[in-house]
Design a protein. Structure first.
Length: 194
């Protein structure tokens, strides 16, 4: 999918899917927010600073899944199964990637797309090679080629290579394929933890 027309079509589809998704998910988001507040102290929403297209930073909206003050810091702080930083409700939300539902707000705001490389931390981007920086040529996504090919269960360098492959081969057909595989992964929770 190239520049211009392809990007415009993708933006329209992003807005359509994100708008419908937010409407359909609003009851679930309300229940999740209440459960988060009852389970642990702190806000239900969490803003995570991430790097998007062309290296521009933005605040990623997520449901809080960790105890306040236990956010992952720096690079190489993986969240493993049974991680004590994760709340009881947070573990359930992570299991089905429901903590990412507020990312739809970022899609509506134009900072993200439904499909694309996951947005990462500035410290990770600063360590990219010129080849790896090509994953910043497109908007980050809620789901992507790396997520449907192993998610957190594959090494970081391999995930970046999958993202660069996506940048080179992106198309509406590939995006639809990724969305179908994402739906299957969400039902099984496969590959979420390394």
């Amino acid at each position: 999918m190239g520049e211009g027309g392809g990007d415009a079509v993708k933006r329209v589809l992003d807005l359509l899917v994100a708008g419908i998704g937010l409407v359909l998910a609003s009851p679930l988001l309300a229940v999740a927010a209440i459960a988060i507040k009852l389970d642990s102290r702190g806000p239900a929403l969490y803003l995570a600073r991430r790097v998007g297209r062309d290296g521009v930073e933005f605040d990623l909206y997520k449901l809080r899944t960790m105890h306040t003050g236990n956010d992952p810091v720096g690079v190489g702080t993986p969240v493993l199964a049974g991680d004590p930083r994760v709340t009881r409700v947070g573990g359930l939300l992570r299991r089905f990637s429901l903590d990412e539902l507020p990312n739809l707000i970022n899609v509506v705001r134009g900072e993200m797309s439904i499909v694309g490389p996951r947005p990462t931390l500035r410290a990770q981007v600063d360590a990219y090679t010129p080849h790896q920086r090509r994953r910043l040529d497109v908007k980050p996504g809620i789901t992507g080629w790396a997520q449907v090919n192993g998610r957190a269960g594959i090494p970081w360098d391999e995930r970046i290579e999958l993202d660069v492959w996506y940048v080179d081969h992106r198309s509406t057909a590939l995006d639809l394929r990724i969305l179908g595989r994402t739906a299957r992964l969400l039902l099984t929770g496969h590959g979420l933890y390394g």
